[in-house]
Design a protein around this ligand. Structure first.
Ligand code: MN
Length: 480
């Protein structure tokens, strides 16, 4: 993805000023290009209604354009932008900056003032975009400052997530787990708001595809497993079955253009094992996943993996250690090995539910570090994205009889208040745990998508959160 950089100006100042605007814009674009996670391309200066419209229409129709960054170097009377911005379909960042960090004592005169007046021009543009109620990000500060560069980069990541979201297809093998509320949701509304195409595929089709997997394909997959993970000889049979499941799942996903999927242990008709290792190894390759039919968290996991190269996984709040103030996060099987601190081990253990053969799965310990746990819930009239800041820590014990991948974290501001806030907001037990996608990126993503965003972090206080949720409920119900 690349991002378009556009300067705002007007014809009033003459050729010389416009030449300098273009030159400075190139300097700024070249500087940012070297620092940002995604490319930036200077696309010229907008000086009229026609140019503004041509720019927006061009950006809309370019599938590689992730968004537009606008900077009003001089005054850019913003009525000329009204029609164009009404057509805008791409994420929009208003960069409020200057080419010079300080005011040169000797060089400043009226020409300098006319050229370097973003303090003035960006206010005009800010009014117009606010008057249009445009979902936009404003980054303010000297363009070479680390904070400014980081904010633009974070927005680029959110915008890339938006692009992925709008074209995302999610395959459901089987329905949601029986009787569960939070994994349900309105799939039409999800497509309207977020672009997700969520469709079902029969488990029978998967079983049929498993029957077509060749010995050669299994051998290649087994070699991949042994290069990445440790494995015991006596488990080969169970592991080979997971290889067959993974190969068949991947074939259907790729054939259908799906980058995320869900399944459920309640619908494994014709299958001998719940996919464990198979799902984990698919997540490692970038596919999103949600257990028990949770297509919402599956889609979010895929989007997180596109937004940041840092590890992201499907996760579940499992059990607490109140003495340590920590959550033990895990799942029945399906945690992505990208978060592993140590080399993942393939293990085969009975599942305890579902009545199938003991499935092979990867067992490991999650990395330490700052992360976010995020879920999407369907409030009936609107979607709410809830993001909690957490601190992943090394597990305080070895838990020798726990047969699954595990990670431990401290919720913010602490276990009790963080959990209470999450439950007050209606947060799910399934999340995407990401070491790279921050609360701020999810906030920007939500804003562009037009869904509610709720953040739980070190400053969260239950009473203001409750007010925010109550007022937000009215607002988002009306907004729809
Ligand atoms: Mn679950």
């Amino acid at each position: 993805m690349k991002f378009w950089f556009v300067s705002g100006s007007q014809l009033m100042y003459g050729e010389e000023t416009l030449r300098e605007v273009a030159e400075n814009s190139k300097v700024l674009t070249d500087f940012l290009r070297a620092k940002l996670p995604f490319a930036v391309e200077y696309k010229g200066t907008v000086k009229s209604d026609e140019e503004a419209r041509a720019m927006v229409v061009g950006a809309n129709s370019d599938p590689d354009c992730g968004g537009i960054i606008v900077w009003c170097h001089t005054f850019s009377p913003s009525k000329m932008w009204i029609v164009a911005l009404g057509l805008l379909q791409k994420p929009y960042l208003h960069l409020h900056t200057q080419i010079n960090r300080s005011i040169p004592n000797d060089a400043i005169d009226m020409d300098y003032m006319n050229l370097h007046q973003s303090a003035h021009g960006d206010r005009e543009h800010g009014f117009l975009t606010e008057r249009l109620r445009m979902p936009r990000e404003i980054v303010s500060g000297y363009y070479q400052d680390e904070k400014v560069i980081k904010s633009i980069g974070d927005w680029q990541r959110a915008a890339v997530g938006v692009s992925e979201s709008k074209s995302l297809k999610v395959a459901r093998f089987g329905d949601n787990m029986r009787n569960v509320a939070v994994t349900e949701g309105d799939k039409i509304e999800a497509q309207i708001k977020l672009g997700w195409q969520v469709n079902t595929f029969p488990v029978g089709q998967l079983v049929e595809e498993m029957g077509n997997v060749t010995k050669q394909e299994i051998q290649t997959k087994m070699a991949e497993y042994s290069s990445l993970y440790t494995m015991k000889d006596e488990d080969t049979g169970a592991v080979a079955y997971q290889a067959i499941e993974e190969i068949a799942l991947k074939k259907i996903l790729d054939q259908e253009g799906c980058k995320a999927f869900s399944n459920t242990f309640e619908d494994l008709y014709g299958m001998r094992q719940l996919p464990g290792l198979a799902t984990q190894n698919l997540m490692r390759q970038g596919y999103g996943y949600g257990g028990e039919g949770d297509w919402k968290v599956s889609a979010l996991t895929r989007i997180a993996k596109v937004m940041s190269d840092a590890p992201s996984t499907f996760m579940e709040d499992y059990t607490y250690d109140y003495d340590a103030g920590l959550v033990l996060g895990s799942h029945m099987l399906e945690v992505c090995p990208s978060i592993a601190e140590d080399k993942p081990r393939i293990e085969v253990h009975p599942l305890g539910i579902g009545g199938k053969e003991p499935p092979a799965r990867l067992s490991f310990t999650g990395k330490s570090g700052a992360a976010t746990a995020t879920c999407l819930i369907d409030m009936g009239q609107y979607f709410r994205l809830i993001c909690a800041d957490v601190e992943c820590v090394p597990p305080i014990n070895t838990y020798p009889h726990l047969p699954v991948a595990r990670t431990m974290w401290k919720p913010m501001p602490n276990l009790e208040e963080g959990a209470a806030a999450w439950i007050r907001a209606g947060g799910a037990h399934h999340t995407v745990l990401s070491y790279g996608v921050t609360a701020d990126m999810w906030r920007m993503f939500s804003r562009i998508m037009g869904i509610q965003f709720v953040s739980i972090g070190k400053n969260t206080d239950l009473y203001p959160l409750e007010k925010e949720l109550e007022l937000g409920d009215l607002l988002w119900t009306l907004k729809r």
